[in-house]
Design a protein around this ligand. Structure first.
Ligand SMILES: Cc1cn([C@H]2C[C@H](O)[C@@H](COP(=O)(O)OP(=O)(O)O[C@H]3O[C@@H](C)C(=O)[C@@H](O)[C@H]3O)O2)c(=O)[nH]c1=O
Length: 191
């Protein structure tokens, strides 16, 4: 654990995944919190210029119970910074980096608009989440422009992954409903 200008940084059960927890300034109006600071981020990673590589910033809105995932990316993958700007989500990561000490392992995190904790996810992970509130807005930065031809994924209810979702899903996209299983993913990434 390391503190840097009001942001707590914790390691996780998954190699190289970090949880960043800011300390929002709260007053009678509400609150103010920084959600990203390039200098801090580069210092945290010990990698000058890393922050500048986050070239796309996206936001999705989900109704309660929606599951999105489990999504990954071929090629050199993509790094992500993930946070929940409104509501709460049950966020799940799976390490799909062959050779990683935590290959095949998964971890779940609650991301919400109370703690503002967010995740740094390096390339080589599956990512998905379930909305825990009536409305849940997830914002994420990625370090490569989206390219649908590199989309890979595993079904949210894959038997091997056996992800313990909080509730049965209310809605799953057609793409996610027809995603392949863990064995197909291993074949796709050559693991
Ligand atoms: C992800 C993405 C989608 N789109 C388009 C494609 C489609 O028409 C529409 C909705 O896309 P999807 O159904 O793939 O959106 P969604 O299921 O929310 O996909 C996202 O899920 C979470 C779990 C992630 O980790 C993200 O990286 C991303 O894969 O938006 C973009 O134009 N740019 C993007 O970066």
């Amino acid at each position: 654990m390391r503190h840097n200008r009001g942001v707590r940084i914790d390691t996780t059960d998954l190699a190289d995944v970090l949880v960043l927890t800011p300390e929002p300034h709260r007053d009678e109006r509400g609150l103010f919190t920084r959600t990203f600071d390039a200098d801090e981020f580069d210092a945290h990673l010990g990698s000058p210029g890393a922050a500048a590589r986050f070239v796309q910033d996206s936001q999705s809105r989900s109704v309660g119970g929606v599951i999105r995932g489990m999504h990954g990316r071929l090629g050199r993958g993509e790094a992500k910074l993930v946070r929940c700007a409104h509501g709460a989500v049950h966020d799940v990561l799976v390490d799909i980096r062959p050779g990683s000490p935590t290959f095949g392992r998964q971890q779940a995190f609650r991301l919400d608009d109370e703690t503002f904790r967010h995740l740094y996810v390096p390339p080589g992970f599956l990512h998905g989440f379930q909305a825990l509130t009536d409305v849940a807005d997830v914002c994420y930065r990625i370090d490569r422009p989206h390219d649908p031809s590199e989309d890979i994924g595993v079904r949210w209810d894959d038997a091997h992954l056996a992800i313990n979702w909080p509730t049965p899903p209310t809605i799953v996209s057609p793409r996610d409903a027809s995603a392949g299983d863990w064995a197909a993913l291993l074949a796709a990434i050559g693991a």
